[in-house]
Design a protein around this ligand. Structure first.
Ligand code: ADP
Ligand code: MG
Length: 446
């Protein structure tokens, strides 16, 4: 039974939305939705996969509620049918990729050439995790499985992860190794759903001997991807294939399902600490020498004393000094070093970003007023800019959510969390927004 009014509502919604998203977004996410039928109470839509459904609800729930009948909860009354599930159900849900298929496809392994065990400097803060990594690389699938490496930003997690990859490829030539960021894992799934090659992708992952997964924290709040990851994970572990995961926090602090957290704790959980002064000096010496540049001990200590909690920043400092000394021929003195690096030291010493800094940068780049960001306006541009500011505040400020939220004219911490989740999701799929957010970040950090 077709209800014309509901059907018209759907058509109007499509027209409304067409002017509010980019044509790429529209093509990827909206166009594939098929209208099935409508009644006075609800509309039935067919979506190619669950991600399209999520996208629609995450982004346009309010608009949908405006055009379509409502449930008693006030949510738009939509019944979704998933094309892919219908097909999978027919052929056995969640079936393992079919065995008689051709060999799993090859994908290029993207290991950073310089991230090797040889280039990794050991110290008390990372000795344990390094030996665990070496153990895993020497006997993949036979020592700790999975190996879970966690620690702060710029401390060498990715470096160790890639080192395992290099070692395995060198010593077990036939092994199939892949390193992947969690973001890329999600993007690959979305792409393969779009061009209907999901089975090929699943087959690829499940044929690996070693899977190296970087930054698993990005799997948080991505429910359906989490499930796919969990399936891949179990499939590999059950075949004694090695998995190594890195993360910015311990498994128990992740907002993931208990099932997945328990799985990740099965093997060995190793913490990567902040290197002590001597280790930092050794890193500085090693990095500068590998650039053909000799930094005197005294200066290496000087740098190490000033940049203490992030090896990536130390590298940035070395790069600046290298560039400088290539241009100027005089020797490095502490004074010159201080001058060149003062800007960096400042950032690292008063690295504390405030809500006010963020509001100002967002206001400048999104062309709105700070007062509007702190206000209540639901105007689309302002609301988006406000959510970006909230997202960045949560990312960049190490303080309680309640305190951060208060900086936005007394919003609640759940508003902040909601904004954070929304923008975290959006920056994965919305390239123009991602670029704007990056611009704001650079603006804040400069
Ligand atoms: P994370 O993934 O933990 O954020 P990365 O692995 O990307 O950090 O490391 C940041 C940079 O610091 C890389 O260039 C890496 O080579 C370097 N680095 C970190 N720790 C060490 C170490 N112990 N020895 C040598 N280089 C290191
Ligand atoms: Mg990393």
């Amino acid at each position: 039974m077709l209800d014309t009014e509901t059907h018209n509502g759907w058509i109007q919604f499509i027209e409304f939305i067409q002017n509010r998203c980019t044509s790429a977004e529209f093509e990827n996410w909206i166009a594939p939705i098929k209208f099935v039928r409508a009644s006075v109470e609800e509309v039935v839509l067919e979506v190619p996969n669950i991600f399209v459904q999520e996208y629609l609800l995450d982004n346009f729930k309010e608009a949908l509620a405006h055009f379509l009948p409502l449930k008693h909860t006030g949510e738009p009354a939509i019944v979704f049918q998933v094309t892919e599930q219908k097909r999978e159900n027919a052929s056995g849900m969640n079936a393992e990729p079919e065995p008689e298929e051709a060999p799993a496809p090859q994908f290029e392994v993207k290991l950073n050439r310089t991230y090797t065990f040889e280039n990794f400097i050991e110290g008390p803060s990372n000795q344990f995790v390094k030996s665990a990594a070496v153990g895993v690389a020497a006997r993949p699938g036979k020592s700790y499985n999975p190996l879970f490496i966690h620690g702060g930003v710029g401390l060498g997690k990715t470096h160790l992860l890639h080192s395992i990859g290099h070692y395995v490829l060198e010593h077990h030539k036939k092994s199939r190794v892949q390193v992947i960021t969690t973001e890329q894992f999600i993007n690959d799934i979305v792409d393969s759903l779009r061009n209907k090659s999901i089975d090929k992708l699943k087959r690829f992952y499940r044929s690996l001997d070693v899977l190296l997964v970087d930054d698993i924290q990005f799997l948080q709040n991505r429910l359906n991807f989490e499930e796919e990851f969990c399936n891949t994970f179990e499939s590999l572990i059950n075949q004694n294939k090695q998995i190594v995961i890195t993360c910015d926090k311990a498994p128990t602090s992740l907002k993931l399902s208990e099932r997945l957290i328990a799985r990740m704790e099965w093997g060995l959980v190793a913490h990567m600490g902040v290197p002590d002064l001597e280790t930092r000096v050794a890193i500085i010496k090693h990095k500068s020498e590998s650039r053909g540049f000799n930094i005197p001990n005294q200066i290496a200590f000087f740098i190490a004393e000033h940049i203490y909690n992030n090896v990536r920043q130390i590298e940035g400092a070395i790069n600046r000094l290298c560039a400088h000394s290539r241009l100027m021929s005089h020797d490095l003195t502490q004074e010159i070093v201080e001058k060149i690096l003062s800007e960096m030291f400042q950032i690292s010493s008063n690295k504390k970003v405030s809500v006010e800094n963020i509001l100002q940068s967002v206001a400048a780049i999104f062309e709105v007023r700070v007062s509007e960001l702190k206000g209540e306006s639901r105007h689309k541009e302002i609301a988006l800019a406000r959510q970006v500011a909230m997202y960045l505040a949560k990312e960049l400020i190490d303080d309680s959510l309640m305190k951060i939220a208060a900086g936005f004219g007394g919003k609640t911490h759940s508003t902040l969390l909601h904004a954070w989740k929304k923008i975290s999701d959006q920056v994965q799929i919305n390239e123009p927004l991602r670029r704007q957010v990056q611009m704001v970040r650079r603006n804040i950090e400069s």
